[in-house]
Write a protein that binds this ligand. Structure first.
Ligand SMILES: [Zn+2]
Length: 134
């Protein structure tokens, strides 16, 4: 649910609850949103920021992003071999066919990243939460 601060043309302010921004726009276009004080349907969003009601079924964008990130971290931790500080070396070996092709994770220095980039080795950097390394 999203709650908008709304106001009518007579500057009455009130809150409106909607399933989504699209739903709000749809109801507004149909004249289904009216001022509780004067019944005017000429409504617009007040300038105050939109508040998003938190609930488990509709997490905010930030929560959704955090969940996706946590999922990615878990996936990497469970499915990638941890080669620690040897990441650049191993990635290069795999890239050159000198080591078995597999998914690896680890840490690199900035200089190592430059080498990987120059060699065209595909890799992605994601921030890992500390507790996953335990
Ligand atoms: Zn009004």
């Amino acid at each position: 649910m999203i709650v908008f601060d709304l106001r009518c043309v007579k500057d009455h302010r009130f809150e409106g609850w909607f399933a989504s921004n699209e739903e709000f726009e749809r109801q507004l276009a149909r004249g289904q949103v009216s001022c509780p004080y004067c019944d005017d349907t000429r409504i617009e969003k007040a300038l105050s920021p939109v508040a998003i009601k938190k609930s488990s079924s509709s997490p905010s964008n930030r929560e959704a992003a955090l969940q996706a990130w946590a999922q990615l971290c878990r996936y990497v931790q469970n499915n990638f071999e941890d080669v620690g500080h040897n990441f650049a070396k191993e990635a290069l070996k795999i890239h050159c066919g000198l080591a078995e092709e597999r998914q690896i994770r680890g840490v690199t220095t900035g200089a190592e990243e430059e080498i990987l980039k120059e060699e065209g080795v595909p890799f992605a950097k994601i921030p890992m939460p500390q507790q996953l390394d335990n």
